[in-house]
Structure formats: structure tokens, C-alpha cells
Write a protein that binds this ligand. Sequence first.
Ligand SMILES: Nc1ncnc2c1ncn2[C@@H]1O[C@H](COP(=O)(O)OP(=O)(O)O)[C@@H](O)[C@H]1O
Ligand SMILES: [Mg+2]
Length: 459
Amino acid sequence: MEIFTTGSNELDSLVGGFRPGNMILIVGHPGAGKTTLASKICYSNTLANKRCLYLTFYEDKDKLFYNMVRLGIRLDEAESRGLFKYIRLPVSSAEEIMDALTNIIAKNRYDVVVIDSINVALELYERKEGQRALLLNFFYQIAQLINGLLVAVAEIPFEKESLELGSIEFIADAVLYLKHRNVHGLLSRILEVRKLRGVPLSIAELPFSIVEGEGIKIYLHPRLERVLREGGLIRGTLEFTRQLLEPVRKGDVVYVSYPPTARTPIVAIPFIDLLVTNNFKGFFLSYRYSKDEILEAHIAALTRYTDLAREDAVKLLNGYLHIESLNPTNYSIPHLHAITIEFIEKINPDLVMFHGVEIFRCIADPQKYWTTLINEMLWLKNIGKLVVRFGSRVDPYWHKMNASLSEKIIDLRYRYEKGRVIPIIYSWGRGREPSIIEVNEEILAKLREEIRKLLPPTP
Ligand SMILES: Nc1ncnc2c1ncn2[C@@H]1O[C@H](COP(=O)(O)OP(=O)(O)O)[C@@H](O)[C@H]1O
Ligand SMILES: [Mg+2]
């Protein structure tokens, strides 16, 4: 049997696509993303050479095409390939709408028909339940008639909480309810699968976002049984890296913490080593500092603890680090998760570093945060990334949670001795005993000597 894509790989993997004869209902308030989802379903199916008809009473074609292009939904291209047809029907009587539709479908073969939205047609029969049922029945039969997919979009007015369009929810084979909520002033989008005939579903609410170049992007929580357990070993060049980190594998989460009162960048050195030694791409996402500040911190790590010249440090970092900064108070936790996934899919780094993770202690709802974090870490593990999370120890509970969710722990502390401050690094990892490294003169001398091995050979 032919299967129609839902427009999302994630949703396809969950529901197995739609089947010929299915009527799908997309419901939501204005701005929820109904038109975007309907267009995405259309466009994705035209990529499989299905023919789509987009019927509307209100949407302006140019506006629709323009908006969708920015979201990577190239209705214009589908149209020029002859696989997409846009028709705007006049708002007339229900009989005229049915006649017009029958004619259109009789003239051309379509596999997918979208009606965006059905409100207008159904509202013509506001007070006549029997007539409305007739129209509904007509819509329902379109799917059977074309032996394809009917996607009906229904809008819920702002002031209402549910559809009041008769029995349409009962007739539909699938009901996708798009919601957008204001969570502490931040936008958070959810796709709720209200109903799906013939598919057992355990997850009803799927977070999603509307992103440039992609349109609707749904986030599925990874399944634990699929998680990569044992990734390949990663080695550095420096003895310091060996002492602090090894053995370290792809898929590991390393938690690096320091006191909030002295956050020296010495703990960045092993990761710079891993990047350079393995020719890795590193993605560094800071929730606290600007891109420039982060770059400076990395330069400082190299120049302060070794006698590397600044220009050598810059040269060394060049090409290995992609730095981004996000102010986390601008986004809801699911949205931040969405942006992070976007970055990682685009950049495709080997090493992912998060900086300033302590900030969530004071801005996020803990349950939402830990749930999202656990899933984000599982997702990163699944795709074999080495993850490093840098944070201040601002709160014992959050520190312990961060530690317990990681395979490797690096705790930077300080000891005072004869007027000097000496870094002490506690290090533990799965598969080894904990150790404490005092960053004494001997270790620093070794570091100074070995760091040159990382520099590109001088011609
Ligand atoms: N380029 C874009 N990037 C991110 N979000 C976008 C973009 N274009 C539109 N949106 C979002 O999509 C939403 C509109 O979606 P739409 O599918 O028209 O909603 P509906 O049909 O349910 O009213 C808006 O809320 C807007 O925030
Ligand atoms: Mg719309």
C-alpha cells in the first residue's frame, strides 16, 4: 500500500505515515502552525512525486509561497514541477463549494488535497446540523474518491478552547492538535496527537518548533535501547589530558565544574588538545559569555599556563572551534533544546561543549529542565558526540544532579599554600578510579613542553 509522509521523519517514525483514504484534521488557534504543517505535508509528498491540491478560501497565494520559501517549503518549485496546484475558492454557498470541488477533482488526478481552512464552508451552516453533516460527509469522501489523503485544517477562534464544527473530530482518521503556549512569556509549541486510527501511541504530546529552512521540526525523545553504549576511544597528546580525562569515548558526557569564585580556564586545555590531536570540529555554546569572551578564555587557557605566544594560541584554536552564545532567558526550555539541536545538526561537530550550565538553576523549572536535559544528552549519545558541560558549583543539589548525569567528572578546586593558590583537580570517569591532581610546577613544566607538539609544523 502506498504511504503518505506526515512531512516529518520524526512523526513518520512514530505513526508510520498516513494511508490512502485517510482524512487528517489539523486543529489549532491562529498562529499555531496549521498552514505550515499542511504545506509541509503537501511539499514532502510532492518530493515523492505525489500530486497535491491546496484549496483555500482566504490565504493569498503569493503570501503563502513567500512565507513557506523561508521555511524551506518550496511550494513554488513543486508548482513548476506540475505537482502542486493552488486554488482559491470564492466563499459562496455550500452547494457551490461542493460542485466546484467535485469538478476540480474530476479534471485532474490528485493524491493529496488540503482544505485550509474548512471553517468557512462549515460556518455557512451554522444553525443547520443536518446540512453540515452532509458537507462533512462530502469532505470525508474526497479522501476515498481520490484514494489519497485529505488534510482538513480547522481553526479555533482565539477566545474559544475547542472546535465547534460538529462531528468532524469523530470522522477524521487522525486529529493533530497544534498548540502554542506562553510559558513565562516565552513561546512553546506542542503537537498533540489526539487520535490516530490503528496506531498504538504512547507519546501524545510532541514538542516542535517552526524554524527557517525546515518548517515544522518535531522533537522525539530518543529511545534508551537505541543509545550507543560504547563509542570509540578518543585520545589527546598531552599528559595533562591523559591524567584528567582518559579513557574518554564518543557518546560520553563530561561534567566540568569549578567554584563560582574562581573560574580559571585551565580545565579547557584537555578539550583543546582533543580537538587539535584528532582534527575534531568543536561546537562551544555559551549561556553566559559572548563569542569574543569565550575565544579570549580559550586563548588565556593556552597562554596563562604555558608560555605560548598569543598569536600561536590563536593559530592553534583557529578552525577547531565554532562558538555560539545564547541568552537562555530569551527562550523556553523546549525552544532552547530545539535551537541546540538545530545548531548541532547544521554544524555536525565531534565535540559539543556547553558553558554556564549553572544558569538554569535560577531560570528554569527543574522538572522541565532535567527532563529536557536527559533527552538532549541521550540524543547526543545516540549520534556519538562527545559532550562537555561546564558549570559553576552554585548549588549542591544541582551540582550533584549534573555530576550524576555524566560519565566523567572534572572538579576544579583550590588549595592555599604559602601565599599561593594551587589548582586541585578531582577527576573520575566510568571505568577508572577517582584521582586528585595537584597542578604543581612539575605538571605545568610538562604542559609547557608538550603544548608545542600541538602547533602546526613551522615551514
Ligand atoms: N521564518 C519563520 N521562522 C520562524 N517562525 C516562523 C517563520 N514564519 C512563520 N513563523 C511562525 O509560524 C506561525 C504561523 O504559522 P501558520 O502555519 O501560518 O499558523 P496558522 O495557520 O495555524 O495560523 C507564526 O506564529 C510564526 O511565529
Ligand atoms: Mg493558517
